[in-house]
Design a protein. Structure first.
Length: 396
């Protein structure tokens, strides 16, 4: 009889302690905000969804999933009294950014009767939609020679769009090209750049690839050059393998022997994480544990082919991050090389990699932070027969 009483008491205690963790206590309350999180927003957290409440939110710093647009749900943990509970919150992920026109022309010329698609004459990308569409607004006749004022409209699936005016010039015959006449250029002397930019907080150097061919790095050093950044790898397109620059081994050896500080850059067409990882792993092999004085530069420049790649700006960002992550595991840091316009309009750089800015001007007006400035691509320096890029490094 005693055993039976003890057993019944145990069952009673067990039932008294059990509770439904998804049933909100009688006096507890959590008011939620109507939150629309931006797609790919890495800083959106549960805290943003919570309004007035009288409970202790245990997971308020948990990040929201913003990888896709649409209605989402997330489970939060909270404490009320001495017990832990669960509550499901709903939120919406939106895309409110318009596509970006990368390249277009104020006027486009086509010959009468030609079969053409005007959307082939414009290049664009979106932050989220991998296949935004192009629409030409206005009327034109491919059989009548005339200037037609038209408008491009580039739209994404979320209804965001951007418009740009264009003039279609229908002509009887294609204008003759002036490409045969030599273009005039004035080379920029490395010595003059040294006088202008060298101070206690800067170093002045160059960057090179196989296009400069044989280089006398001792003469380069004697000319006042302090560093050289050389191309180590090249992947010219997504259907090509990455390969080592044919001059890299000679360049790295001769530059180090001349007493120059050295860095490398990788010309990549990576459009996804798998490609970026592969290119990073090959770069690590090429480096063979060599000591560098600068982060490895990630150089993507195939902007004219963006539409055919079917990617968005975040795909580029993820590729960059994977490249940097893989290099970091091998002991090398990464910096992002790009021209001013692309740094301002395309690259997100959410992890704040150091920037190597390309902007060919006497005084740059780029507002972002950068550690290197590629000032020109028509420099002249002793020891190199061809034109060369001149760079200024800003010492922290």
């Amino acid at each position: 009889m005693k055993k039976r009483i003890i057993l019944l008491m145990g069952v009673f205690l067990l039932c008294a302690c059990s509770y439904d963790k998804y049933e909100m206590p009688k006096d507890a309350y959590i008011n939620t905000n109507e939150v629309e999180a931006k797609v790919y927003s890495s800083e959106s957290k549960i805290y943003d969804l919570i309004g007035d409440n009288n409970v202790e939110i245990l997971t308020k710093n948990k990040k929201l999933d913003t990888s896709e647009t649409g209605e989402k749900e997330i489970e939060i943990s909270y404490k009320y009294g001495k017990r832990d509970y669960r509550y499901k919150l709903k939120y919406k992920v939106i895309d409110d950014e318009s596509p970006i026109i990368i390249s277009s022309y104020a006027s486009i010329v086509h010959v009468l009767g030609d079969d053409f698609d005007l959307c082939d004459d414009i290049n664009y990308i979106d932050n989220y939609d991998r296949s935004p569409w192009c629409e030409v607004i206005g009327e034109y006749d491919i059989h009548t020679a005339k200037d037609y004022p038209l408008k491009y409209k580039i739209s994404d699936k979320s209804g965001n769009f951007v418009e740009e005016d264009v003039t279609l010039k229908m002509v009887t015959e294609k204008p003759k090209s002036n490409s045969s006449s030599p273009s005039k250029k004035t080379n920029i002397s490395f010595k003059e750049e040294l006088k202008k930019h060298k101070n206690e907080n800067t170093m002045v150097g160059i960057d090179v690839s196989r296009w400069q061919e044989d280089i006398d790095f001792n003469k380069v050093k004697e000319a006042g050059c302090e560093f050289v950044i050389m191309r180590i790898g090249i992947n010219s397109d997504i259907d090509k393998d990455i390969s080592k620059d044919v001059y890299y081994d000679k360049y790295i050896k001769d530059a180090k022997e001349a007493g120059l500080k050295v860095g490398v850059y990788v010309f990549t067409s990576a459009i996804n994480e798998d490609m970026a990882k592969e290119h990073a792993e090959e770069t690590i092999k090429y480096l063979d544990n060599v000591e560098l004085d600068f982060p490895v530069a990630y150089d993507f420049e195939n902007w004219s082919k963006i539409r055919s790649y079917g990617i968005n700006t975040y795909d580029l960002e993820k590729s960059l991050n994977m490249f940097a992550k893989t290099l970091k595991e091998a002991g090398y840091d990464t910096m992002l090389y790009s021209a001013k316009w692309y740094l301002e309009h395309i690259w997100i750089n959410e992890k704040n990699y150091p920037v190597w800015l390309a902007h060919y001007t006497s005084e740059t007006n780029y507002a972002g932070e950068y550690i290197l400035w590629q000032r020109t691509n028509i420099g002249k320096i002793d020891g190199i027969g061809a034109d060369v890029d001149i760079d200024i490094y800003y010492i922290k």
